[in-house]
Design a protein around this ligand. Structure first.
Ligand code: AMP
Length: 191
C-alpha cells in the first residue's frame, strides 16, 4: 500500500483467535495505534480506577461490559491525536449497539472503515489456547461463557460487515507468521 496511507480497521474474532497478537503487529506495520478495549479495561482494573472498579467483576465472569460505558471509553480514545488519521480496533464493536455507535462516531468525523478482518478458528483450538494462555478470564468455565457471549452477541456482526462489503476472512488455525501474512494481504498490504 502507498506509504503514509492510514487506515481504519476493525478486528473481529472469538476469544483466543490470536487477534490481539495480530492486531499489535499489523498496527505497528501500518503506523496506526492498536486500540484494544479489553487491554484498556484490564489496565483500569490493575490501576484500581473508578472504571476498573465498575468493570472488574463483569470481566471476571466472561460477560460484556455495558454498551454505553464501553462506548464512552472508545469514543474518548478515538478522539486522541494519535488516532486522527487511522486506527485498528481490537475487541470493539462487540454488539449491534456498539456497531451502531461506531457508525455514528465515524459519520460525525466524516470517516469510513476500510476493512473488517475476521480471524477465526475451530472451538477446540480456541479452548486449548485459552488453557495455555492462563489469563485471569481463561478459566475453563469463563472461557466457555466468553465463547457463548461471542456467538450470541458478536458473531452476528460478521453478516453486517459482509453486507457492507468490508469483511475479510482469515483462518486463524495456523502459525502466527502464516496468519500474519494473510492478515496483511487482507488489508491490501504487500506480503
Ligand atoms: P478482550 O481482551 O477483548 O478479550 O476483552 C476482555 C473482556 O473485557 C471481555 O470479556 C469483556 O468483559 C470486556 N470487554 C472488552 N471489550 C469490550 C467491548 N467492546 N464491549 C463489552 N465488553 C468488553
Amino acid at each position: 500500500m502507498a506509504a503514509g496511507e492510514k487506515k481504519r480497521i476493525v478486528f473481529l474474532g472469538p476469544p483466543n483467535s490470536g487477534k490481539g497478537t495480530q492486531a499489535v503487529t499489523l498496527a505497528q506495520r501500518l503506523g496506526i495505534p492498536a486500540i484494544s478495549t479489553g487491554e484498556m479495561l484490564r489496565a483500569a482494573v490493575t490501576s484500581g480506577s473508578d472504571l476498573g472498579t465498575r468493570v472488574r467483576s463483569v470481566m471476571a465472569s466472561g460477560q460484556l461490559v455495558d454498551d454505553t460505558l464501553i462506548s464512552e471509553v472508545l469514543e474518548d480514545r478515538i478522539g486522541s491525536s494519535d488516532a486522527h488519521d487511522g486506527y485498528l480496533l481490537d475487541g470493539y464493536p462487540r454488539t449491534a449497539p456498539q456497531a451502531d455507535t461506531l457508525a455514528r462516531i465515524l459519520a460525525r468525523r466524516g470517516e469510513t472503515l476500510d476493512h473488517v478482518v475476521l480471524i477465526d478458528a475451530p472451538t477446540e483450538v480456541l479452548a486449548r489456547r485459552a488453557l495455555l494462555r492462563g489469563r485471569e478470564d481463561d478459566r475453563e468455565d469463563v472461557v466457555r461463557e466468553r465463547l457463548e457471549v461471542y456467538q450470541a452477541q458478536t458473531a452476528p456482526l460478521v453478516e453486517r460487515y459482509e453486507a457492507e462489503g468490508l469483511l475479510r476472512r482469515v483462518d486463524g488455525d495456523r502459525t502466527i507468521e502464516e496468519v500474519g501474512r494473510s492478515v496483511l494481504a487482507a488489508v491490501g498490504g504487500e506480503v
